[in-house]
Design a protein around this ligand. Structure first.
Ligand SMILES: Cc1cc2nc3c(=O)[nH]c(=O)nc-3n(C[C@H](O)[C@H](O)[C@H](O)COP(=O)(O)OP(=O)(O)OC[C@H]3O[C@@H](n4cnc5c(N)ncnc54)[C@H](O)[C@@H]3O)c2cc1C
Length: 401
């Protein structure tokens, strides 16, 4: 077992789950990840394997057919999976956020309808806040849901949906003015709609179009799409929680657990970069000795390993805080910020250790180099994390003078 990123105090069940996932990653993901990524191919066999392991239902309560595990267990599994291939962790992440939002905020009927099928991976979740004109500034959303009898009519364009094509249930955040007079604060006039759809591209349901995959620099294999709503009719019982005006808070709750998840991804990618760097440094010789024997390279390895350890500790702390029932926005923001920045730095150092070969597509580090930047952006940029952290610190350390 690797020396870095150990987690103290895990139960036997947690250790067993993690060891199964690690084994799956080593045997089924790492050997094929780079080839699939270069072809931008959806990893169907890997996804089927994850379904069999029950990972789509890891945090869904047992009464709905899931494993009922904690956020910590989930995050540690995500860390392992991202060590193999970050895109695969992206496939389960939006699913997990939607399942979490249903568990926390859904009506009983919504939970009964979706959670058992989500636990099996039959229904697959995506979540959609971003639009072409906004990402950080969620309050500026322009997509709209207007009540019409027993239904809502949705219009607008969404952007950057991870799993937009492969999902069958999308949690879409829209402005809804029903019951909220003109001038109501944006945060109180948004609603999450649960939009069921067929997988695929084109018109997947009357009034709903998924145009096609966005061509990305990295994070390939997993589909990222736009979503266009043009007179999309949604029954009133598909308003998350049954009441309009709560969407902003529901989404922010989902994103908060998503941030622990992105931190975990950063930890996994950084660990893999360290493994690649430390291995290459002992094989490559310059000036008569392995480059690992040059102090400059040893220092790099020391810095990389320290960052891997620090990010892991913060991620575990943030997950445990949420599991204990406490508010964890400060810890999740810090963990996401630190883990994504460190991930980028560790990957860059591993890339440098590889010299010219790091620039070749034959070496895995080339893929990691294109994947790491996504973590600086997804679930809120570094600047947004710092805003959250700063605000919370001023609440905690209010001047008493
Ligand atoms: C591959 C990928 C997958 C994604 N998947 C999803 C998904 O599944 N669902 C979804 O809803 N979204 C998704 N997103 C969107 C993502 O959440 C946004 O890209 C992100 O929140 C940033 O928004 P933006 O791109 O509009 O940048 P902007 O908000 O336009 O920000 C541009 C720059 O300005 C900075 N900035 C903005 N406001 C401030 C401020 N107040 N103070 C200081 N600096 C500021 C930002 O930090 C950034 O550096 C995805 C994005 C990518 C790239």
């Amino acid at each position: 077992m690797a020396r870095l990123a150990q987690t103290a105090g895990l139960t036997d069940v947690q250790q067993e789950i993690l060891s199964t996932v690690r084994d799956f990653v080593d045997k089924e993901i790492i050997p094929v990840a780079t080839a699939l990524e270069h072809k931008d191919e959806y990893p169907q066999e890997i996804v089927d394997g994850l379904k069999e392991l029950g990972l789509f239902g890891l945090m869904i309560p047992e009464e709905y057919g899931g494993l009922g595990e904690s956020l910590l267990t989930y995050a540690l599994c995500v860390e392992e999976i991202a060590r193999g291939w970050m895109s695969v962790s992206g496939i389960i992440n939006t699913h997990f956020i939607v399942a979490y939002m249903l568990k926390q905020h859904g009506t009983q009927e919504q939970k009964d309808t979706f959670l058992p099928r989500m636990a099996l991976g039959e229904v697959r979740g995506a979540f959609s806040m971003s639009e072409p004109g906004l990402g950080s500034d969620v309050s500026a959303i322009t997509s709209k849901g207007v009540k019409d009898g027993d239904e809502y009519v949705l219009n607008g364009q969404k952007m950057w949906l991870t799993n937009g094509g492969t999902s069958t249930l999308v949690a879409v955040l829209c402005r809804s003015d029903e019951g909220h007079p003109e001038g109501t604060a944006p945060h109180k006039s948004m609603t999450t709609f649960l939009v069921e759809k067929e997988p695929g591209f084109g018109e997947v349901r009357p009034g709903l179009t998924i145009p096609g995959k966005i061509d990305k620099m990295g994070y390939k294999g997993v589909d990222t799409t736009e979503l266009i709503m043009d007179g999309l009719r949604i029954p009133a019982n598909r308003v998350l929680g049954g009441v309009t005006g709560r969407g902003f808070y529901q989404m922010m709750d989902g994103v908060e657990v998503g941030r622990v998840n992105v931190a975990a991804r950063g930890c996994g990618v950084a660990q893999r970069a360290f493994e690649l760097g430390v291995s290459y440094a002992q094989q490559r010789h310059t000036f008569g000795k392995p480059i690992a024997a040059h102090q400059a390279i040893q220092f790099k390895l020391a810095e990389m390993a320290t960052k891997v350890e620090a990010a892991h500790a913060m991620m575990v702390n943030a997950a445990r805080k949420k599991d204990s029932g406490e508010r964890n926005d400060l810890e999740a923001g810090m963990a996401k910020y630190l883990a994504s920045e460190y991930c980028k730095e560790v990957v860059e150092d591993a890339f440098r250790i590889h010299g010219g070969y790091g620039f070749s597509k034959e070496y895995e580090i080339e893929r990691l180099y294109r994947e790491a930047p996504m973590l600086l952006i997804g679930e809120g940029t570094a600047e947004i994390q710092k805003m959250i952290i700063g605000r919370r610190l001023l609440e905690e350390y209010r001047f008493q003078g």
